[in-house]
Write a protein that binds this ligand. Structure first.
Ligand code: DNO
Length: 394
């Protein structure tokens, strides 16, 4: 696999020449300053591409070309937005950038409740705590009928937490769930001077009455329109699994398990209709067997995210070391190296450690934690490649 790295553009404190020193071969990035729904012009793409090339690297993957929510809820402006999307795709194709990651999660991309859970070794990790999520939903958002989605036991715990939580902790929770984790992804949910909770509630209402089947049909509609353009330019579209792989805040999610992915890949038959195999996102659902899924979707995977999670019995989860946890990355790497060896791969969500603690990097995207993970992944890849070369499988 090609060793790539998510880089957040020229404003990223982690620069391209730093990345070359740690063995990165390809760049994964987006035009982070362009508003979601607007056209990516050839000039903008070319400027970013030339910057990467002049640093001796290549732009391997776009992550993401974001899909506007109005396409997801089938708003009246969706056809206009889809046309814009097609123009952006064509412009990327003309500039030679041919792998595009996107997601179809309504309103909120990845969800975590704590961005720096302290581990016993002193590192910090991303954490998803179901109780904190329920608390946020029921007591902070005060979402109508939210109570129906939690058990009596969970609601009792929410009431108890309500008596003990401080105002500071509440602000931190809001910041973690809807501000910090979202703000570097297509410029976030919350605009300048907006109250985060109000902004989030407004966005949620666009999806009132939209269930799983509706969202699937809206994805199919989108794919039917954009895939011919992708095919024409040889672009591989790779949908990113939902993170976490289950519904949140009453919103439907449609990329959570094997059936969902099969449904999407079969909904529109096209060589451009593919998957981002995010081992970490999939591993956070106890219903998913990540290795089995890697085997199943290896030929339709066009981009790989390597990370792993540790899932507690009650469903809480945290990022595990890349060498442990539910994702079984050794086996996943073995499958991809054997059967689809040239895919771009990036490590995801490293631990917060050492000098990075005060650096203010995007959550999950520190330098040293990811560098450490990349070294672990490189080691696994080297062993697997050795097995393949020496035919240790036969
Ligand atoms: C978070 C990421 C996601 C991912 C997008 C892809 O760390 O895995 O933000 O990039 O969902 O569209």
């Amino acid at each position: 696999m090609e060793k790539t790295w998510r880089w957040f553009g020229t404003k990223d404190d982690i620069t391209l020449d730093m990345l070359k020193q740690i063995g990165v071969e390809g760049i994964v990035t987006s035009l982070h300053d362009v508003e979601c729904g607007e056209i990516w012009t050839s000039e903008m793409i070319d400027t970013c591409n030339q910057h990467i090339i002049s640093n001796g690297l290549k732009w391997s993957v776009v992550e993401s070309l974001p899909v506007h929510d109005a396409i997801k809820y089938a708003g009246k402006e969706r056809d206009f937005l889809i046309e814009n999307y097609k123009i952006s795709l064509a412009n990327l194709g003309k500039c030679g950038i041919k792998t595009v990651c996107y997601n179809f999660m309504p309103v909120i991309d990845w969800v975590r409740t704590d961005l720096n859970k302290e581990m016993s070794d002193g590192t910090g990790t991303l954490f998803f705590n179901k109780l904190c999520l329920a608390y946020f939903d029921v007591k902070i958002l005060k979402r109508k009928n939210a109570c129906l989605e939690y058990s009596d036991k969970e609601l009792k715990k929410v009431e108890y937490l309500d008596k003990t939580i401080s105002e500071e902790e509440k602000t931190e929770l809001i910041d973690s769930i809807i501000v910090k984790t979202q703000k570097f992804i297509s410029r976030g949910i919350v605009g300048a001077n907006q109250n985060p909770v109000e902004a989030f509630n407004t966005q949620l209402h666009y999806f009132d009455g939209i269930g799983k089947e509706d969202l699937r049909q809206n994805l199919k509609y989108f794919l039917e329109k954009i895939l011919p353009t992708a095919e024409k330019y040889g672009i591989k579209m790779c949908i990113h699994p939902d993170d976490p792989p289950f519904p949140v805040f009453g919103l439907p999610r449609i990329v959570c398990n094997q059936d969902d992915i099969e449904w999407i890949l079969n909904s529109v038959k096209s060589s451009s209709n593919g998957l981002t195999f995010c081992a970490g996102s999939l591993s956070a659902g106890l219903h998913n067997d990540v290795v089995e899924m890697a085997q199943k979707f290896v030929s339709k995977t066009y981009f790989v995210h390597l990370r792993s999670t540790h899932v507690y019995e009650n469903g809480d989860f945290e990022e595990a070391s890349h060498l442990s946890g539910r994702a079984n990355l050794i086996e996943v790497i073995r499958i991809f190296e054997k059967e689809n060896p040239n895919l771009p791969m990036r490590v995801d969500h490293g631990r917060l450690m050492l000098d990075d603690k005060d650096k203010n990097y995007n959550p999950g995207y520190s330098l040293l934690g990811r560098m450490f993970a990349l070294a672990q992944v490189e080691g696994m890849m080297a062993v697997v490649k050795n097995e393949i070369t020496n035919k240790l499988y036969e």
